[in-house]
Design a protein. Structure first.
Ligand code: ADP
Ligand code: MG
Length: 717
């Protein structure tokens, strides 16, 4: 895809990219060498020493449909896991390995330790329990004895393990009698092998299936070539990349797996550090207006706020003031959990520009979010006499033109589209920037170098922030305003959902408001909208009879959506039935209870964001997560929901998310070409990060196979 080789994120002054991801995006690496400004002041590109193995990137980049047994259906399921190419699959890091366990004769089974047994199937039976579970029991015998091996909810087992089949079973004696099976193999030991990799999987693609596919793809590993200069690899004492991949997927010991992982992590970190070094170099050469000290308008702003700022907010503001006083463009990340009060800080920064007769702009990833911000900001701006305009693609062109003279702009990317010409943009706030799709990134008017404040509610552990944002400064609002009570979170099985609605009604009767979040269906925005509408109608007839219900989804006309939100805010509606469009930015402090339907389908970070819509005022708030029964959920889904019940601390949840999903996904950057830290474990890899940092400057002006590889990968998508 040609677009990939060009960073299309707002650029200023023709040189500085506003995106912190540019620093980390692999596409960014490409831009920085091929862009118009290039690296004139750097040494001309040297030849990167060719590695010993000749890379065959086309095989690494080849689609998974090239593997035996992968048809269109499986390909789609794999795609949902972010796996499209052989390279994706081989970069899918096991999140753990099976322990080595002894092989034990059946007669000697004892205690509840995990072991393997090997034997022959005598018979297989299947039955259903009262709770809709199916249980398969397979009688297995070896030379020493016989035992009933028990499988839960795997109806195909009876079919596969016919009498006479030779099996290897991994599991443990269960207290109820019998051998509870964790995994099994027919023939060669794979799933049951010591150090068998366990991959992040989905309900549709099991870890077992992934193991099979990886086994098929692994012979292609050397095709990746080895992009590291041989001398560097030797200095760093790292294994060849192909060997590292084999070690990660087929380790003979945990140490071997770890050595392989670290080699691959080094590649990732090195690439990031090269990009960061390049970007820092570019930024040094651009200029922004110095905004001096805060003055009269800021004093009035502080007075107009209905509360005093918290020490955390004051701290962030001091750091922003220091940045704005300089002629170097600010590049600061304002990080704070949902509800921590980032918006008032953002408005502060914007008003600092207005105070100097310049302009400020706040860019949001969605119209809903832009409109939400506008509702908050416009109110305050009116009080201060600061003209403020909403610019989204749904605002009629005529109105947009009229708004052109405003001092403050709030909008989506439409804001930065061709018809808007900033008179003098001095401060830009970019909210939830990781939610911008690559394709949405439009060029900001050229010839400016505004100060940029990035806001994110996705808590990013400090190590990660340093790694991926590199030269970006970070301000953190670590604590919410003091009057907040922690949200009470409950995980409720579907059959008891009526209790959740009972609680919700009780709160409505006390004068509170509520959200009901509809299940995350994978299909289109349109079908999600339809499902939400149907659910709203159903609730209006059943659980929520006699309450005033609105339905918010991505297919509403913008004017209707604005009106709906305004009515909810004014308490003309009791309940908002919504899709995930309410995930960010919606701010109604009187809404104190949320029911999330089929909560197991959502990711951890997403659930945390959703939950952040309640608990925004002084009242006790509740988040009720409804899901299928625990036994029916994947291991990962159970852990996610339990983690949400256990803590409201966004940072603790981020760490948990890291553990469950791997680093790259935390950023929500599923898009190809953005940071994919698949092998890096940031906390464990601090030393690698330092080494990559040290090696990067020497490679800044060099083009080489590391990049070629990514160009190749780009072409394949
Ligand atoms: P964020 O954008 O970080 O999720 P917001 O800026 O939307 O959070 O703030 C959440 C809520 O807290 C808003 O209703 C806001 O008015 C309120 N708020 C912000 N700062 C304070 C403060 N210092 N004291 C009390 N309430 C505050
Ligand atoms: Mg907000």
């Amino acid at each position: 895809m040609a677009a990939r080789s060009k960073c299309s994120y707002p650029r200023t002054g023709g040189s500085v990219c506003l995106s912190p991801y540019c620093a980390i995006s692999l596409a960014g690496v490409a831009t920085l060498t091929s862009g118009p400004t290039g690296f004139a002041s750097l040494d001309p590109p040297q030849a990167w020493p060719r590695p010993r193995t000749a890379p065959r990137p086309e095989r690494w980049a080849g689609g998974l449909e090239g593997l035996p047994g992968v048809g269109p259906a499986l390909r789609r399921k794999l795609a949902k896991l972010g796996l499209a190419t052989v390279g994706d699959l081989l970069s899918h890091r096991p999140f753990r390995y099976e322990e080595p366990v002894p092989e034990v004769p059946i007669r000697d089974l004892f205690g509840e330790d995990e072991v393997t047994i090997v034997g022959t199937v005598r018979s297989a039976t299947s039955r259903r329990t009262a709770r809709r579970l199916t249980v398969q029991t397979v009688r297995v015998l070896d030379g020493s004895g016989e035992i009933g091996a028990v499988f839960f909810n795997q109806p195909w087992v009876a079919e596969k393990l016919r009498a006479g089949t030779h099996v290897r079973l991994r599991g443990a004696l269960s207290r109820r009698g019998g051998f509870a099976v964790k995994s099994f193999d027919v023939g060669e030991a794979e799933a049951t092998a010591d150090f068998a990799p366990v991959y992040p999987a989905s309900e549709e693609v099991t870890p077992k299936k992934l193991r099979e596919l990886v086994a098929q793809a692994l012979p292609l590993a050397p095709a990746a070539g080895d992009p590291l200069p041989a001398a560097l690899r030797a200095d760093e004492r790292l294994p060849l990349r192909g060997d590292a991949l084999v070690a990660v997927h087929r380790p003979r010991s945990l140490a071997e797996a770890e050595e392989g992982r670290r080699r691959l992590a080094f590649d990732e970190l090195l690439l990031l550090q090269i990009a960061i070094a390049r970007r820092a170099h570019e930024r040094e050469t651009s200029v922004a207006p110095s905004l001096g000290e805060p003055g009269e308008l800021i004093r009035r702003y502080r007075e107009a706020l209905p509360f005093t700022l918290t020490p955390e907010q004051e701290g962030a503001i001091r750091q922003i003031d220091a940045d704005l006083a300089r002629a170097v463009p600010m590049q600061r990340l304002l990080q704070g959990d949902v509800g921590s009060g980032k918006t008032v800080v953002a408005l502060y920064a914007l008003l600092r520009a207005v105070e100097h007769g310049r302009q400020g702009a706040l860019m949001a990833p969605t119209e809903t979010l832009a409109e939400q911000h506008f509702l908050t900001i416009d109110g305050l701006c009116r009080e201060l006499g600061v003209p403020c305009a909403l610019l989204t693609s749904s605002v009629p062109a005529r109105e947009r033109r009229q708004g052109r003279d405003a001092d403050l702009f709030v909008g989506t990317h439409a804001l930065i589209q061709e018809d808007v010409e900033f008179r003098d943009l001095a401060v830009a706030v970019v909210d939830e920037q990781h939610r911008f799709g690559v394709e949405q990134r439009q060029a900001l008017a050229e010839g400016r170098a505004p100060h940029v404040l990035h806001m994110t509610a996705t808590p990013i552990p400090r190590t990660l922030a340093l790694t991926v944002y590199g030269d970006l400064s970070v301000s953190e609002i670590a604590r919410p305003p003091a009057n907040r009570k922690p949200i009470v979170t409950r995980w409720i099985p579907e059959e008891r959902a009526s209790e959740a609605y009972r609680r919700l009604r009780r709160l409505l009767d006390e004068g509170r408001q509520a959200y009901v979040v509809c299940p995350l269906i994978e299909e289109s925005e349109t079908s999600r909208a339809r499902a939400a509408e149907q659910e709203a109608e159903r609730l209006a007839r059943a659980e929520l009879r006699s309450y005033r219900i609105g339905c918010l989804h991505g297919r509403l006309r913008p004017a209707d959506r604005r009106e709906l939100m305004a009515r909810f805010k004014a308490h003309e509606l009791d309940v908002l039935v919504a899709t995930t469009v309410i995930e960010v930015g919606v701010d109604v402090p009187n809404a104190t209870v949320m029911i999330v339907q089929e909560a197991d389908r959502f990711g951890l970070a997403q659930l945390h964001q959703l939950r952040g819509r309640v608990g925004r005022g002084g009242e006790q708030s509740y988040c009720l997560l409804v899901s299928r029964r625990k036994e029916e959920l994947t291991e990962g889904a159970q852990e996610r929901l339990q983690a949400l019940v256990d803590t409201t601390d966004g940072f603790a949840l981020a760490e948990k998310d890291l553990e469950l999903r791997g680093e790259g996904q935390l950023l929500g950057t599923r898009q190809h070409g953005l940071s994919d830290l698949r092998f890096t474990k940031l906390r464990a890899d601090r030393d690698l990060l330092e080494r990559a940092r040290a090696a990067a400057p020497g490679l800044v002006g060099v083009r080489g196979p590391l990049e070629d590889e990514f160009f190749a990968a780009d072409l394949s998508t």
